[in-house]
Write a protein that binds this ligand. Structure first.
Ligand SMILES: CC(C)(COP(=O)(O)OP(=O)(O)OC[C@H]1O[C@@H](n2cnc3c(N)ncnc32)[C@H](O)[C@@H]1OP(=O)(O)O)[C@@H](O)C(=O)NCCC(=O)NCCS
Length: 183
């Protein structure tokens, strides 16, 4: 296991402070170019949700600056208590120092302690560093398909609207098949 610099501490975010809003404004674009900026209210809602644990990596040598984050999501469903790891981001100028690994291992520790039977995540194939990190931390690739339904359609100007066509119940199985063939 890579030794995380001793100056790094991983803590749970407890409050949507302005410092945290600024940190996410810096970090989120490094993960997603399409995510909307996170407002203080939205962040407060995320932190307060009982299913969420937002972890922060702080660099003590740099005034406690927030240099990374990971969100652990836990929920109970009929089969078990499950956990998901989401939005793992480390600031580009401090990557390769074990911070991503430290965040991931802390999430695994918390999820295990809270009774998760499985801990899942997804990662695009192109994210090589992320794949190395997760495999190192003990994750294995599942033989399972990941599906996504996007309820919005976008026009060329980037405006989003609900795809009401997709939500309309097909009149019959034949109609559903015909619609599917038409796509
Ligand atoms: C993925 C990410 C979180 C890793 O953070 P990090 O702090 O650099 O990771 P660590 O230093 O803990 O490194 C863990 C492992 O990943 C490997 N790794 C780090 N950077 C790498 C790179 N550029 N290419 C290949 N492997 C890399 C490390 O080599 C290390 O394994 P090693 O000990 O065998 O060398 C970071 O690169 C990042 O924020 N990327 C952009 C957002 C992203 O892709 N998030 C993941 C979404 S699924």
């Amino acid at each position: 296991m890579m030794d995380c610099p001793t100056s790094i501490e991983v803590v749970v975010a407890l409050e949507a402070t302005e410092e945290l809003v600024a940190a996410f404004a810096r970090l989120i674009p490094q993960l997603s170019s399409s995510a909307a900026p996170l407002t203080q209210d939205a962040l407060a809602e995320i932190i307060a949700a009982p299913s969420n644990t937002v972890l922060l990596a702080r660099d003590r040598d740099n005034g406690g600056k927030i240099v990374g984050s990971l969100t652990l999501v836990m929920f109970r469903i009929p089969t078990a208590v499950r956990a998901w790891i989401e939005d793992v981001i480390v600031d580009s100028n401090v990557r390769g120092r074990g911070i991503g690994e430290a965040l991931t291992r802390e999430a695994l520790r918390l999820a295990t302690e809270r009774g998760a039977r499985t801990i899942d995540l997804t990662s695009r194939r192109s994210r090589e560093a992320a794949h190395r990190l997760y495999e190192k931390a003990g994750f294995t690739v599942r033989d399972s398909s990941v599906y996504r339904y996007v309820p919005f359609v976008s026009d060329k100007a980037g405006n989003h609207a609900i795809d009401s066509d997709a939500l309309r119940a097909p009149r019959s199985r034949g109609a559903a098949r015909a619609r599917h063939r038409g796509r």
